[in-house]
Design a protein around this ligand. Structure first.
Ligand code: SF4
Length: 323
């Protein structure tokens, strides 16, 4: 910046640090999905996924390095949470994927989902700050209606989103509409039961006018029976939600498989017959481990250590881990 005086350059150098997120490597899937590996200034590695579709170009961003919530079906859940990402580190992912999208596919991002590594509502302030910058006219100027934050279900923070009257969309990764089953796959549910989640979501809806989307992976022989569809319908009615049924991508050494196609169809029909808006979301980038639940720094030395004991460090009040 030689157009600035030496004194100002010195002051800038002394008072400010620029710590950009750098693209480390990327893989392109057969379906054109791109999984990006990003290196943070302290050497931590995170992942972000660019997902092209007919009318959309979506960036899936990470909000934490690793994750503390240990959902049993998720590859990221096997990594320890190292740290929260700064707001700027989230915005950097968006900017880098926007540039990548323009360069490779000829048009910019249309949507952003906070569904990468980490639980966004456990990094609340930085996630909201990043959205402020992404939506600001001085930033990317994107509409908040094109942004979705997805949570595993932290009731207190969903309530706070309502109090803060946020304008973006909220998705809840539900995957089971009864507490016993949900406890088995998502330990966070032990301290954030379906009752408390329903209360928080109703508060969110009342304050923001936004309908929450429930994400529901249909697992083979776990939650693919008519009784599961009935329970999901009852929960949807309590909170006026719509549903995305998500195709699952089995993870190495994991216990779950995707449900059979015919069972998913029956499940979907049951919801529709009962007046629930439902979409089936096919997974993208499966061949490069870029699909939902598969982000785990597989091809890089993970900066986040693998968890040893799933119960270690759990906070007794929230059920979240303290690592
Ligand atoms: S599903 Fe989300 S909240 Fe659960 S372990 Fe994976 S990244 Fe964390």
């Amino acid at each position: 910046m030689s157009n600035l005086s030496k004194a100002i350059r010195e002051k800038l150098g002394n008072d400010f640090s620029i710590l950009p997120v750098a693209l480390d490597s990327y893989q392109v899937s057969r379906d054109r999905t791109i999984k990006n590996v990003y290196r943070l200034h302290d050497g931590n590695i995170i992942e972000g996924v660019l997902i092209p579709a007919e009318t959309r170009m979506t960036a899936c961003v990470s909000s934490q390095a690793g994750c503390s919530l240990s959902c049993t079906f998720c590859a990221t859940g096997r990594l320890e949470r190292v740290r929260n990402l700064e707001a700027a580190e989230i915005v950097d992912q968006v900017v880098l994927m926007n540039d990548q999208s323009c360069e490779k596919y000829g048009f910019p991002l249309s949507n952003i989902v906070y569904m990468g590594m980490g639980e966004p509502l456990l990094n609340y302030q930085n996630v909201l700050r990043s959205i402020e910058r992404i939506t600001s006219p001085d930033g990317l100027g994107m509409s908040p209606q094109r942004i979705t934050v997805s949570t595993a279900g932290i009731s207190k923070m969903i309530h706070k989103l309502g109090d803060d009257e946020v304008k973006f969309n909220l998705a809840l990764s539900l995957h089971a509409a009864n507490d016993d089953k949900r406890n088995r796959i998502m330990p966070i549910n032990e301290h954030n039961s379906l009752d408390t989640l329903a209360d928080a979501i109703n508060h969110f809806h009342k304050k923001t006018g936004t309908r929450v989307t429930l994400e529901f992976i249909v697992f083979n022989h776990f939650n693919d029976e008519p009784e599961d569809a009935r329970q999901l319908t009852a929960f949807c009615r309590r909170i006026k939600a719509k549903v995305n049924l998500i195709e699952y991508n089995p993870i190495e050494g994991g216990e779950f498989q995707n449900a059979r196609e015919d069972k998913i169809e029956v499940f979907k029909n049951y919801l529709e017959k009962n007046g629930i808006i439902v979409n089936i979301r096919r997974s993208r980038g499966k061949d490069i481990d870029a699909a939902c639940g598969q982000l785990a720094n597989k091809n890089k030395p993970a900066s986040a250590r693998m968890k040893q004991d799933p119960d270690e460090c759990r906070d007794s009040s929230t059920g979240q881990r303290n690592n």
